[in-house]
Design a protein around this ligand. Structure first.
Ligand SMILES: Cc1cc2nc3c(=O)[nH]c(=O)nc-3n(C[C@H](O)[C@H](O)[C@H](O)COP(=O)(O)OP(=O)(O)OC[C@H]3O[C@@H](n4cnc5c(N)ncnc54)[C@H](O)[C@@H]3O)c2cc1C
Length: 424
């Protein structure tokens, strides 16, 4: 089936009276082709749509709802920032999902979910029926978590924490900083998308500045006391960018008290820092559609570990950053892994196919300087209440250059593989 524009879309739309309310038998047992709707075409959603369509060999009618026509991965956006990748190389279309796997791709927003009628309402006003719904909308920002920051402020001090053009804006601001200027990074509090991401970003900005603007400084005003792969990053900053990066935890700075966007001043208890360029990444929450569908508890969506089903609605599976995946970090690798577990559970429920014991995996690679890659990762199992660590590993300080280069090359192979696993 081809990609359809929302104005032309008809397949899968439904007169609401056609919903077979009251029939508890699975669709396949009623001789119908079951319908799965996926909201969000990112790491979790694109993978789920692809696996559901591919592995069911057309037995399931899969519809993917995603507003953008090209998805730019946040993963490897730091390498683009560091000048080690071009922007095009991190962009992916939905053409192969539609043409190769028969996924109905609708480019629109999902605006609400009627969990009783089992329909999703689109921005166009059309409704799409589902037997199972998969939601993987990623994160939204809590802009007011940093005093003085705002939606408008993201053009002055880009968070660049969602896929899209913000990272290009940040890149040009870094490259155009005055000689000897100061870059200020304000990382988010836990829990947030990609725990090592802010520190890889600092590394890649240091990589650029060390070449173009070697007397520049990077100040990191962290609301946290520690961070992912801290010893590895600090060792790398000392080795590659001595004296350039100053990381200040909240216990020392007192935390960010206010940001003045006009003067580019960031106020803390110890000092007011004047930035020539800055990136502020606020606290985060599940994408807004999750709250509107009644799936959130606090900021995130609790799930059943073995199937990624929402604790609030057994017909809905929540994937990726929006879910409470306990030990699993919010990462593209995690979202991809959870999507395969959910797709297997959904196929089992809707077509009677065999379901195996779920296994999850994640590795987060980070690049500290060209060819100096480090990683942290784990395999996971579904516990009764939580996803639990089965086995874990992390790079060590003091590793030799050949191993670090091999780790970086491994990350490049991973990027190629996961992109194909989502979009090919
Ligand atoms: C700087 C940075 C570096 C990172 N590096 C890595 C890395 O090296 N490795 C790694 O594994 N992860 C990395 N990540 C994390 C990774 O990008 C996310 O964890 C991952 O994208 C989460 O997948 P998701 O499906 O939950 O959300 P997303 O991939 O963000 O996809 C969500 C999609 O849903 C769509 N959407 C939202 N709301 C709606 C709606 N109402 N209707 C329809 N569509 C909607 C959005 O348009 C979007 O396309 C990084 C993140 C950042 C910011």
């Amino acid at each position: 089936m081809a990609i359809v524009d929302r104005r032309k879309f008809t397949t899968g739309l439904l007169g609401l009276g056609a919903v077979s309310a009251g029939l508890n038998l699975p669709a396949y047992a009623q001789g119908k082709r079951p319908k799965v709707v996926v909201i969000g075409g990112g790491a979790g959603g694109a993978t789920a749509a692809r696996y559901l369509a591919k592995d069911s060999k057309g037995a399931i009618d899969v519809t993917l709802i995603e507003p953008t026509r090209k998805y730019y991965t946040c993963f490897f956006s730091n390498l683009y920032l560091g000048g080690l990748r071009d922007y095009d190389s991190i962009g992916h279309t939905y053409d192969a999902l539609a043409a190769g796997h028969g996924v109905n791709v609708i480019h629109d927003w999902a605006v609400s979910v009627d969990t009783a009628a089992k329909t999703v309402e689109l921005g166009s006003g059309a409704k799409v029926a589902y037997d199972r719904l998969v939601i993987s909308p990623g994160i939204d920002m809590k802009y007011d978590s940093v005093a003085g920051y705002s939606v408008e402020g993201q053009d002055t001090m880009p968070h660049a924490w969602k896929s899209g053009t913000q990272v290009a804006l940040l890149k040009s601001q870094v490259e155009n900083m005055r000689e000897g200027g100061t870059f200020v990074m304000v990382p988010p509090p836990n829990p947030f998308r990609c725990p090592p991401g802010p520190y890889e970003r600092i590394s890649m900005i240091a990589h650029v500045l060390s070449k173009k603007n070697p007397t520049a400084k990077i100040i990191v005003l962290d609301p946290k006391e520690k961070f992912s792969k801290q010893a590895l990053f600090e060792e790398g900053w000392q080795k590659h960018y001595p004296g350039m990066v100053e990381w200040i935890p909240a216990s020392v700075s007192g935390g960010v008290k206010n940001i003045n966007m006009e003067t580019m001043e960031i106020e803390t208890d110890i000092d007011t820092f004047k930035a020539d360029a800055a990136s502020v990444v606020p606290a985060q929450k599940a994408g807004a559609i999750c709250g509107r569908a009644g799936l959130t508890e606090g900021d995130w969506c609790p799930i059943v570990p073995a199937t990624m089903q929402s604790r609030a609605d057994e017909n809905i599976h929540v994937l990726g950053d929006a879910s409470v995946a306990s030990a699993m970090p919010k990462s593209g690798f995690s979202a991809n892994s959870q999507a395969k577990v959910a797709a297997m559970a959904i196929r089992g429920a809707l077509t009677g196919s065999k379901v195996f014991e779920p296994r999850f995996a994640n590795t987060c690679w980070s690049l500290i300087d060209a060819d100096d890659g480090v990683k942290v990762g784990a395999s996971y199992k579904a516990g009764e209440d939580k996803i639990e660590v089965a086995d874990k590993f992390i790079s060590k300080t003091g590793e030799d250059e050949a191993l670090r280069k091999a780790t970086y090359e491994e990350s490049e192979s991973w990027y190629t593989a996961i992109s194909a696993d989502m979009f090919s």
